[in-house]
Design a protein around this ligand. Structure first.
Ligand SMILES: [Ca+2]
Ligand SMILES: [Ca+2]
Length: 472
């Protein structure tokens, strides 16, 4: 420091210089403390009081106003303080940094199956329906201290805001989770989001119900054929629409009219998206017998069996409770015709498979024995009989099979014949040769004996009788 005194009448100007130093007061060990409602990571969710160490006052500038404490209401960055003791000695700047205050609750949303369904507490009801496992996404945001925790609670009933605040059984989630579908289960998904400062927001989603039950359609069978008007009823807890051939029905019970050959497709849908679809055909009684109109017992074959059986099935299962006597008689006539045709088909099949025919089924010209002959002949007769009697009831393939069997039997019979006559000679010829040979031998013996008798090499009454012409 330099001090200069200006000259006056008595003295000349004079000056003197002296060096000295100023030092700050030593900063106490715990210079200050911050007090407020604290969250995590140094965040507060209330006003924060900065209190200097005991015996000091505090200011935010060296020459500012020193006070007993500083109050912060909002997030304040770059805070620097100075402390002053009772003697008026002051510290150098002390860096506090940011006073981190976040008084704002986080925000968020909840999505079920991708759709935002956040709802005010007093407006929650069970207005949503799902028919499969449900993906839940919770969106959480916080612009100040940031999101610290996301939790949810699945309630089976609507809760008040106070009840939600009292929930203790929260489940922590990252943001996405799935709820397994259970038929009939109702639930409300409540959400709690906490920011780093500890601010909390709770909210709920629209209530949801799982409906895994398909819609019931009564009065008709899917795939059925009817020849009378049918009253149809669709039943479901959450029925939303019924269409018949694309036309929306206004009632759950409606009538399908008989229109010749009309096909009706009934589509019933519930709120959860379950769909039941039935298709039925309406035919008049006359229509029912159309496909067998050209068939008679004289021309029906196994190729027609399915068609006849289908008609019989339809005729027998058709709901005839309200049919007129004429309609009932017509139905019976068709059913009787079906029975006759089916019986004829069976008869023709049986004629091709008699006991005799079955017996020789495995016999071929290679394994045949003479014992089989009788059976083979009987089987052949039966097969020829079948061809004659059921000419109109056998398909060309069936006829060809019979003819092939007959040919096979003929081969087997030939084989027996050959085995019995190895040289190829007939029985009569063989008998002739045998008889001829015996006679020849006897003749030779007779001659030889005659010679011996004449030369008296043999004798006796027997020879006298057979050789009366040889005398002594
Ligand atoms: Ca916040
Ligand atoms: Ca349902």
């Amino acid at each position: 420091m330099r001090v200069t005194v200006a000259a006056d009448a008595d003295y000349e100007e004079a000056s003197a210089t002296r060096d000295f130093s100023i030092t700050y007061l030593t900063v106490p060990q715990e210079a200050y403390s911050l007090n407020g409602t604290e969250g995590t990571k140094g965040w507060y969710r209330s006003e924060v009081t900065l209190t200097p160490a005991e015996g000091y006052t505090v200011a935010t500038s060296l020459n500012g106003t020193y006070e007993a404490r500083l109050i912060y209401n909002d997030y304040t960055d770059g805070v620097v303080i100075y402390l002053k003791n009772a003697d008026g000695q002051m510290t150098d700047a002390i860096t506090v940094g940011a006073v981190k205050i976040d008084k704002t609750a986080p925000d968020g949303d909840v999505k079920l199956a991708g759709n935002s369904v956040k709802e005010a507490f007093d407006e929650i009801d069970f207005g949503l329906f799902f028919n499969k496992n449900l993906d839940v996404e919770i969106v959480a945001t916080d612009e100040e201290s940031g999101v610290a925790k996301i939790e949810y609670f699945k309630s089976d009933k609507v809760l008040t805001e106070e009840e939600v605040a009292a929930i203790t059984a929260w489940t922590t989630t990252e943001s996405n989770f799935s709820i397994t579908a259970t038929d009939g289960e109702k639930f409300v998904c409540y959400v709690r989001i906490t920011d780093t400062a500890g601010n909390v927001i709770c909210f709920g989603a629209k209530g949801a119900t799982f409906d895994l039950t398909a819609l019931a359609i009564s009065g008709i069978q899917n795939g059925g054929t009817y020849c009378l008007s049918q009253s149809v009823t669709v039943t479901d807890d959450n029925l939303v629409s019924v269409t018949v051939n694309g036309t929306e029905m206004t009632e759950e019970t409606f009538t399908l009219a008989v229109n010749e050959g009309t096909t009706y497709t009934i589509v019933a849908t519930d709120i959860a998206g379950n769909v039941t679809e039935y298709t039925v055909t309406m035919k008049t009684v006359e229509n029912l017998g159309e496909s067998i109109a050209d068939l008679t017992t004289g021309n029906v074959t196994s190729d027609n069996k399915n068609t006849v059986e289908e008609v019989k099935e339809v005729v027998e299962t058709v709901d005839a409770a309200n049919a007129t006597e004429t309609e009932k008689a017509a139905l019976k006539e068709i059913a009787d015709k079906c029975d006759e045709l089916l019986q004829k088909i069976e008869e023709a099949a049986a004629a091709c498979k008699t006991e005799n025919i079955v017996k020789v089924d495995q016999i071929t010209s290679d394994n045949v024995t003479p014992d089989d002959k009788e059976n083979l002949v009987a089987a052949k007769e039966d097969l020829q009989n079948a061809l004659e009697q059921y000419d109109g009831n056998l398909t060309s393939a069936e006829k060809a099979a019979i003819e092939s069997k007959i040919a096979s039997i003929d081969n087997a019979l030939d084989a027996i014949d050959k085995a019995e006559n190895p040289e190829g000679l007939s029985g009569g010829a063989i008998a002739g040769i045998v008889i001829g040979s015996v006679l020849g031998a006897l003749l030779i013996a007779y001659g030889v004996c005659a010679l011996l008798y004449k030369k008296k090499l043999i004798s006796g009454a027997f020879f006298e009788k057979i050789y009366p012409f040889i005398k002594d």
